[in-house]
Design a protein. Structure first.
Length: 192
């Protein structure tokens, strides 16, 4: 075999092994939850988004080459009070007609332990993109099963950073905190 042909074969085999190293898992909303909580004068409001999707590309040999993307349908916000949810969807707050999605796209992944890592990425809410670090913990081992679970935490986000502010008078009297705590648990199914 001539040397150029050998180089070509090695390149194809290397490319194939890199492709095989990645495993793709897709979010299963039926076993997942994306929630939030906000303090106010009279207590804490808890809410969630009921429609979302996402993909986790895992590279076991080189975790730093893994990636995550996610999209949340803002129209699916649910705080268990319809009037409040309608107001949150309105142009005064999320403005879902103009900004229907919250998105996350990873930029880097760093393994921090045998079953944990930090994912730095871009979070876009209300047309504003900010960097955020997600701290993830694998709750089920990556083995030959088709499903896996992940717990995700992050520092609270600030509403002002994403222009999620009510009218000034309403902000003054509402007693609603600027910080929003995020709680996420993802069940993902391995793509065929």
């Amino acid at each position: 075999m001539k040397l150029p042909n050998l180089v070509a074969v090695v390149a194809v085999v290397s490319l194939s092994s890199d492709v095989l190293a990645n495993e793709t898992y897709r979010f299963d909303p039926s076993g997942s939850g994306i929630g939030f909580s906000v303090h106010q004068f009279l207590g804490t409001t808890h809410g969630k988004f009921t429609k979302f999707n996402g993909k986790i590309d895992v590279n076991r040999e080189h975790p730093e080459n893994s990636s995550v993307t996610a999209q949340i349908d803002v129209r699916s916000i649910d705080t268990r009070i319809k009037k409040r949810d309608d107001h949150l969807r309105s142009a005064e707050f999320f403005n879902v007609d103009k900004y229907p999605q919250i998105t996350f796209k990873s930029r880097s992944v760093k393994q921090t332990g045998p079953q944990s890592g930090d994912i730095l990425g871009d979070l876009t809410i209300h047309g504003v993109t900010k960097p955020i670090t997600l701290h993830v913990k694998l709750l089920t081992p990556l083995n030959d099963t088709s499903r896996t679970r992940w717990a995700v935490t992050t520092e609270p986000i600030t509403r002002r950073d994403f222009n999620l502010m009510f009218a000034p008078a309403a902000e003054t009297v509402s007693g609603i905190s600027q910080t929003v705590a995020i709680n996420i648990e993802i069940e993902a199914k391995r793509a065929e």
